[in-house]
Design a protein around this ligand. Structure first.
Ligand code: DP6
Length: 358
């Protein structure tokens, strides 16, 4: 599939106004996307668990207008957010060729997140995917014959143009994005549901997110990705991500939780190693991030229970474990890890199945 296939034919219907709503989840990468070319074409393939409870709910109202300008207002939790407008305007400009109706309507975008406002959890994946889905619902009204597979693929394609990892939030439970030779149908242009066998061990997998630092991100993801240009280890890293995704496939099939832990933790630390070895360099982990990692290792060694961590581009820690050990792990979190969380806050989430129209 190429970009051309997302340029629609002439619309068969006309509409004057309406409203559509979607809720779309966040996701957590197991093999990380870090490094991109223009328009969020990833330097390497990635795979993520879609989350269930951390999500954005967006309502898009639209009414016909006559001028040739982009026109929209954005509200977060009922309050007008002009600070979001430049990012959305850039997004609209990028996707206009694929959604030629964009200048025909004034849009009101009303959005809210289910996770705490400043939790350090990226809302760009859930936010951009929810917006892309709403826009696709408008296009579906203009082209009612569109089928669901194309709808989802194009929603993911558009979400990617807003924020790369957002393309992995449309479906669940495991989503691959980026061309990988062993995964048929994988593409740099959109995310799609992992097509092969996944062991029972990964059904209902749990993700407890420990909020170590709820502040604003120290490095925006775009700045972060750009650090991979001229990075001394970039090519090796991109190659490693291909290898790791290839290694993850039999692990997902056989349910080997030990091998899963080794691969996922190594990916998380490699992501941070890339930031520590770029120029300029950053340390996004906090002392409490390291305390938590060491506690998780000690707990795993003492109990033999399968529990591992991953990180995104920040200090928070995602604790991953199968549903069967939930009780023991949550006890451990409460007894030993909450002390390292800002205001003792953490979020219990689990693997989910993608966005829903409301
Ligand atoms: C560390 O998708 O937020 O979470 O494409 O610039 O919007 P942009 O970046 P973004 O990057 C996410 C990076 C990551 C790893 C991952 O989710 O794969």
């Amino acid at each position: 599939m190429t970009e051309q296939e997302f340029i629609p034919p002439s619309y068969t219907k006309t509409i004057e106004n309406g409203k559509v709503s979607w809720e779309s989840p966040s996701n957590i990468a197991l093999v990380k996307y870090w490094g991109k070319k223009a328009d969020q074409i990833p330097e390497n393939p990635s795979i993520s668990f879609t989350l269930n409870d951390c999500k954005t709910i967006t309502m898009l109202k639209f009414s016909k207008k006559n001028d040739e300008l982009f026109s929209f207002d954005v509200f977060l939790d009922g309050e007008k957010q002009n600070a979001f407008k430049p990012k959305i305007e850039t997004f609209f400009k990028r996707i206009e060729v694929y959604l030629p109706f964009l200048k025909s309507f004034h849009f009101t975008i009303e959005t809210k997140n289910t996770f705490p406002h400043s939790s350090g959890i990226a809302s760009s994946a859930s936010g951009m995917s929810a917006l892309a889905l709403c826009l696709m619902s408008v296009e579906k009204q203009l082209l009612p014959d569109m089928d669901e597979a194309y709808f989802n693929k194009k929603a993911s394609f558009l979400a990617r143009l807003g924020s790369g990892s957002a393309c992995r939030s449309i479906e669940g439970d495991l989503v691959v994005w980026g061309k990988h030779n062993d995964i048929e149908g994988s593409s740099d242009l959109f995310g799609f549901k992992y097509p092969y066998k996944v062991h029972e061990n990964f059904k209902n997998f749990q993700d407890t997110i420990l909020l170590v630092d709820k502040g604003q991100k120290q490095v925006s993801s775009t700045v972060g990705h750009n650090l991979m240009y001229n990075h001394p280890f970039a090519l090796q890293r991109f190659k490693q991500a291909h290898t790791n995704l290839g290694k993850l496939m039999p692990i997902l099939e056989t349910g080997d939780l030990k091998a899963f832990t080794d691969l996922v933790e190594s990916e998380a630390l490699t992501l941070h190693a890339m930031m520590m070895t770029s120029m300029p360099y950053f340390i996004l982990m906090k002392p409490n991030t390291l305390e938590i990692i060491n506690k998780i290792w000690a707990f795993g060694n003492e109990t033999g229970l399968p529990v591992c961590f991953t990180l995104d581009a920040g200090a928070n820690v995602h604790v991953l474990y199968p549903e069967s050990v939930t009780e023991q792990v949550l006890e451990f979190v409460k007894n030993e890890l909450v002390v390292y969380c800002e205001n003792r806050q953490y979020i219990c989430d689990k693997i989910g199945f993608g966005a829903k129209q409301l």
